[in-house]
Each structure stands twice: as structure tokens, then as C-alpha cells.
Write a protein that binds this ligand. Structure first.
Ligand code: KG4
Ligand code: ZN
Length: 348
């Protein structure tokens, strides 16, 4: 079975071919056209520019994915596409393209939730994992904890009440004048800094979320307090007349990163303990973080639980993970119709 995955939820146009042979998933190609250079100038993703660029790139990206996998359009057995969540104009490009391809080729169309894609990146890379798995999906738009009790069954047990961890990285980089996207730059600068230089607060949720009162909410995250503390520290430094030298910037990055990583891992391992996890996974753009990878592996060894993180090319947004989640949905009998619409706030 050969499936084409299409991902256009944010600022990456991506297409991938994944095949399934004897129940094993094999990535034939995974092409990503990044728009970072376009949005860098504005310090963040500009939705209108993103959707226009997706339109320019989608045909070439799909063609390249087919060529790289030595496949023809006629070889495809199904087409999977990200339905949401994401930027509506961007999602619409992928959804419309996938619909027209499915109609023209007369092949099944499969709708995929972007976060299911991130979770399935773990299975795509590592094969079958010990279940239940507790997965942390941590990106520019999301910071959520899911329990995967059986393949394709995801239950959310925690989420951020405000900013996503990646969003906090991007904002901290912006206030330090380091550019966009912030995650990789802060990660690099943090390695040169002293993580004990500044004590930043970490937030622990003790009350249920008013928007989800049925959930206890004590595995939820909050990063806006930390972000504000960093902004205040940097502003005070600037007004005090002391220099914003490299050493100070590196120390802010290291201290901030230490707080983010320990908050993420504390909650993740607590969720794993509570839900009797047999394995732990970390996916999404922030899982590319060097400190998060290192500390997660060390904690996993300490607690005797395997920790899985995808390769960086499968951590940040890509279509191979969408193709993998598409295969999961395909086998569950899920099919989308020609009335499929993009849903910017799709729930998983
Ligand atoms: O999953 P992703 O590519 O897109 C979304 O679905 O949001 O994640 C992008 C986010 C950005 O906020 C970026 O700054 C962050 O992932 N990121 C990192 C690193 N690489 C990317 N954050 C921390 N450390 C990194 N090395
Ligand atoms: Zn993502």
C-alpha cells in the first residue's frame, strides 16, 4: 500500500510518500518547503503570506515527493491530508489540493489531525511501541499530553492553558533580538550560558480549567508567567543601563530553557506514572531541543522506562507523519468525503 501525505497547516509545505509492507511503515520520501525566510522579515508567521506561498509550492513539492520515491500518481492507494488545527488559509490549500487529487485519481481521501500526525511520527520512526504510551506533543502551537492505549486511540490528559512551549521560545528569542524561529537559536545560545544565573518561576496548576471543569487539570501547563518573567528581566536590564552582552543573553537562554525543560519533563513523567505507561514519547517541533532530548533520555534511564523521540526531520512539521496517521485512519475505515473542510480548531 502506498499513501501520499500532504501537510500545509502552518509555514511548511510538505508532501511525503509512505508505504506499508507487511504492517511496517517505510518512508519513501518526505519533502518540506520551508517558508522561514519569508516570515523571518516579519518576526513571525504572517498567515496571508503563508497561504499564498503554499499555493506556489504545493504542485512542485508533491511532484518532488513522487519522484524521490520513484512513484507515479497512479501508484497511490490513498491520499492523506491535514484537516486541522492550523491556519485556515494554509490548511485550505492542502485540503483543496488533496480533494482534487483524490477525485481525479478516484482514490480514498483521509483526513488527519495534525497532532495525531505528530504522535504517529513516533511509530513511523520506531515501529511498534510498548502501550500504553504517554506522549508529549510540544510545538509552536501546542503543548499537550496524550495517553495512547491502543494504536490510533488518543486520550488527552494535559494541555497548556495559555502559551505553547514553542511560542514561549519564539517570544523570548524576539525580545532578546535573536530572530525567528526562536527555538533552535535559544537552544544553541543556552549551551553557552549558565542555567543557574537567573531563577525564573515555573507554574504548577492546582485547580481545574474553567473551560474544562470535568478534567482535574493538574497535568496542565502554563508558560505565560515564565514568558512575562523573562520579558521583565530583559527590560529591567535594558533600563538599568547594563549591557545586553552575549554572556547575559546566553544566561537568560540557559535559565529559561532549564525551566521549560524541567516543567515539561516533570509533568510528562508524572502522567506516565499515573497512567501506567510502558513507554514515553516526545514529538513536535520543540522535541528537536537538545536539552529536552538529553534530559528525557536520562530520566527514562533513571525510571526504567523507554523514551522515544523522532529524528529531527520528523519532529518539526512534515508530511510523512501525516501519511502515517493516514494509514492508521485508513485501517480504521475512516474516509473523508468531497465535503471535507479545513478546521482551524479541530479537536483530537
Ligand atoms: O511542530 P512545529 O514545526 O510547528 C507547529 O506545529 O507549531 O514546531 C515549531 C516550533 C517553533 O516554536 C520552534 O521555535 C520550535 O518548534 N523549535 C524548537 C527547536 N526547534 C524548533 N524549540 C526549542 N528547541 C529547538 N531546538
Ligand atoms: Zn506541528
Amino acid at each position: 500500500m502506498l499513501i501520499l501525505g500532504i501537510e500545509t497547516s502552518c509555514d511548511e509545505t510538505s508532501a511525503a510518500i509512505v508505504s506499508e509492507v507487511d504492517g511496517r511503515w517505510i518512508t519513501g520520501s518526505n519533502i518540506v518547503a520551508s517558508q522561514i525566510a519569508i516570515h523571518q522579515e516579519w518576526g513571525g508567521v504572517v498567515p496571508e503570506l503563508a497561504s499564498r506561498q503554499h499555493i506556489r509550492d504545493i504542485c512542485g513539492v508533491v511532484r518532488t515527493a513522487l519522484d524521490a520515491a520513484h512513484a507515479e500518481l497512479g501508484d497511490l492507494d490513498a491520499i492523506a491530508v491535514t484537516q486541522g488545527p492550523g491556519l485556515v488559509g494554509s490548511l485550505l490549500v492542502g485540503v483543496s489540493f488533496a480533494k482534487s487529487l483524490a477525485a481525479t485519481l478516484d482514490r480514498p481521501l483521509i483526513a488527519v489531525h495534525h497532532l495525531a500526525g505528530h504522535i504517529e511520527s513516533l511509530f513511523l520512526e520506531h515501529g511498534e511501541l510498548q502501550l500504553p504510551l504517554v506522549a508529549l506533543v510540544v510545538s509552536g502551537g501546542h503543548t499537550s499530553l496524550y495517553v495512547v492505549s491502543e494504536p490510533g486511540a488518543y486520550t488527552r490528559v494535559g494541555r497548556t492553558r495559555d502559551d505553547a512551549a514553542g511560542e514561549a521560545y519564539d517570544k523570548v528569542a524576539k525580545v532578546l533580538g535573536l530572530g525567528y524561529p526562536g527555538g533552535p537559536i535559544v537552544d544553541r545560545r543556552a549551551r553557552e550560558g549558565d542555567e543557574d544565573a537567573i531563577k525564573f518561576p515555573s507554574t504548577r496548576m492546582t485547580h481545574a480549567d474553567r473551560n474544562a471543569p470535568s478534567m482535574k487539570g493538574d497535568l496542565d501547563f502554563s508558560f505565560s508567567g515564565l514568558k512575562t518573567a523573562v520579558l521583565r528581566h530583559v527590560r529591567e536590564r535594558a533600563t538599568s543601563g547594563r549591557s545586553m552582552d552575549d554572556r547575559y543573553i546566553n544566561d537568560v537562554c540557559a535559565s529559561f530553557q532549564r525551566t521549560v525543560v524541567s516543567t515539561l519533563l516533570d509533568r510528562l513523567f508524572e502522567a506516565a506514572d499515573r497512567h501506567g505507561a510502558q513507554s514515553i514519547g516526545i514529538a513536535g517541533g520543540v522535541s528537536a531541543n537538545s536539552r529536552l532530548r538529553q534530559d528525557a533520555a536520562a530520566r527514562g534511564r533513571r525510571f526504567g522506562i523507554p523514551v522515544y523521540v523522532p529524528h529531527i526531520s520528523l519532529s518539526t512539521d512534515n508530511a510523512a507523519m501525516i501519511a502515517a496517521a493516514g494509514l492508521r485512519n485508513f485501517h480504521a475505515g475512516k474516509r473523508a468525503g468531497m465535503d471535507l473542510n479545513a478546521d482551524p480548531s479541530l479537536e483530537l
